[in-house]
Design a protein around this ligand. Structure first.
Ligand code: AMP
Length: 304
């Protein structure tokens, strides 16, 4: 099944307790598409970059079979840029800078072949662009997921609330769920989010794992305890890419299969954080991924 994804394709400056990396490749769509490419061969990307973006990275994505026909290149303009600094616990971070650059007036145009996508992952970017992508779909997708962050809640809340009415599943982190709903309890936040449109919700809690909610069920997946977490940037997007890639490849939207998708997404995120930027995501193998999924199964298995 095909998976259409949108999101930023970007440069990041990252500071962690272990070091700094300047102008490394990042962006939600970069992480999502790479993670998803390990599960489904038909990953399609819609995004915008300036002519400063490295062609080698685009070639790396193409080598993974990712379709980049929906990426616009704006000549003489700069790609989206984000700078962040992680706290010592690596779970919390401060945004130091967000430069929209090419994203400021981005009008996405879906190539014809994308307009009947089976699965859609609306990665983190302007809610108005997320709307515009949904407007161009000719066939109702089987599942539409959306990821967003506090930045867009602060600058475009009305538009975000409108797009939430059009999606099936929202993925956000715990603090963002609290900000969006004004509820401290995540159970109450989930209830509030179900009244906004989505039928499913994933709340990402960094090194404390992820929760999957439907109106009747809840599932918890831990994060893998890792000896070395180097750079958490992109973990949420990588999770989303693995989650949606797995669902697109299995084409089964039962709650049981969604639980498996959460574990595959968590496994992909555990690779992402082991190196800076997308380094760890460009040359994984499916047996490596399956072994990691087995570690999740071992981690939570017990008899009583
Ligand atoms: P994550 O760590 O999964 O939340 O995603 C980090 C990625 O999101 C980075 O590579 C950034 O380039 C990108 N990013 C940061 N801020 C924004 C924003 N306001 N809109 C879209 N993408 C962003």
């Amino acid at each position: 099944m095909s998976l259409l994804t949108i999101g930023t394709v970007a440069f990041d400056d990252i500071e962690t307790p272990f070091g700094r990396a300047e102008r490394v490749v990042g962006g939600a769509a970069t992480y999502i598409s790479l993670a998803a490419s390990y599960f489904t061969p038909a990953v399609q990307v819609v995004s915008v970059i300036g002519d400063d973006f490295p062609t080698e990275t685009l070639d790396d994505l193409r080598r993974r079979g990712i379709n980049l026909d929906g990426i616009q290149v704006k000549h003489g303009e700069k790609s989206f840029f984000w700078a962040g600094r992680y706290h010592n616990n690596l779970n919390d971070r401060d945004t130091l800078d967000t430069q929209l650059n090419v994203l400021a007036d981005f009008d996405p145009v879906l190539p014809e072949a994308y307009t009947n996508a089976d699965y859609v992952m609306l990665g983190n970017l302007t809610p108005a662009v997320q709307h515009r992508v949904l407007d161009q779909l000719k066939v109702k997708p089987k599942l539409v997921a959306l990821d967003t962050m506090n930045f867009w809640m602060n600058v475009a809340l009305d538009s975000l609330l409108e797009v939430l009415k059009r999606i099936d599943i929202l993925t956000i982190n715990d603090e963002e769920a609290r900000q969006l709903t004004g509820q401290h309890s995540l159970v109450n936040a989930a209830e509030a989010i179900f009244t906004m449109g989505p039928r499913f919700l994933v709340i990402k809690k960094g090194e404390h794992g992820a929760l999957l909610f439907s109106p009747d069920n809840v599932f918890f997946a831990p994060a893998l305890p890792l000896a070395q977490v180097f750079d958490p940037t992109g973990a949420g997007d990588t999770f989303a890419g693995g989650f949606m890639g797995y669902l697109a490849s299995t084409d089964d939207l039962s709650f049981d299969n969604m639980k498996r998708a959460v574990i595959f997404g968590s496994a992909m995120a555990s690779f992402c954080v082991e190196r800076f930027s997308i380094e760890r995501l460009t040359n994984l193998s499916r047996p490596e991924i399956d072994q990691r999924v087995q570690r999740f199964a071992d981690l939570v298995h017990f008899t009583r």
